[in-house]
Design a protein around this ligand. Structure first.
Ligand SMILES: [Cu+2]
Length: 142
């Protein structure tokens, strides 16, 4: 009986070890401790980071000082805040933005003068496909 139990545990352990490790979603604190702030683009915060579908961006700032507006590429380039061009808009100062599909996302602050002074962020979100699972360690029993 006891040996059968040990066998069961061993089988469970092997089965568990063979499961692919799930890629856990990341909640990105935009700007880290400095938060979403003036001249954000110059910080290079997004450089070298890999944003994936399922992750979230968290924009932290004093409510009323800034905004988070998602726009298209053209409006991002020109800091166009005049028209009804918003793909998304957040104002709470504690804004959680889900990254729900692959592709580029453009954000800026709509407070006058902020975007033109560089308070903007562009990220590239990558999907699950095209990201190969890590190869298993070969021959650990040798
Ligand atoms: Cu701002």
């Amino acid at each position: 009986m006891a040996s059968r139990l040990v066998l069961l545990f061993a089988a469970a352990a092997v089965a568990f070890a063979c499961l692919p490790a799930p890629v856990s979603a990341v909640a990105w604190m935009v700007g880290d401790d400095g938060g979403w702030r003036a001249r954000f683009h110059q910080t290079g915060w997004a450089d070298g980071k890999t944003f994936r579908v399922g992750d979230t961006l968290m924009f932290m700032y004093p409510k009323g000082n800034h905004t988070v507006i998602q726009v298209g590429k053209e409006d991002f380039a020109t800091c166009n805040v005049q028209t009804n061009n918003k793909l998304g808009a957040w104002y709470s100062g504690n804004d959680v933005v889900p990254l729900d599909k692959p592709g580029k996302m453009w954000f800026f602050c709509s407070v006058p003068g902020h975007c033109v002074n560089g308070m903007k962020l562009v990220i590239n979100v990558v999907g699950d496909d095209g990201v190969p699972a890590p190869a298993p360690e070969p021959g650990w029993w040798f």
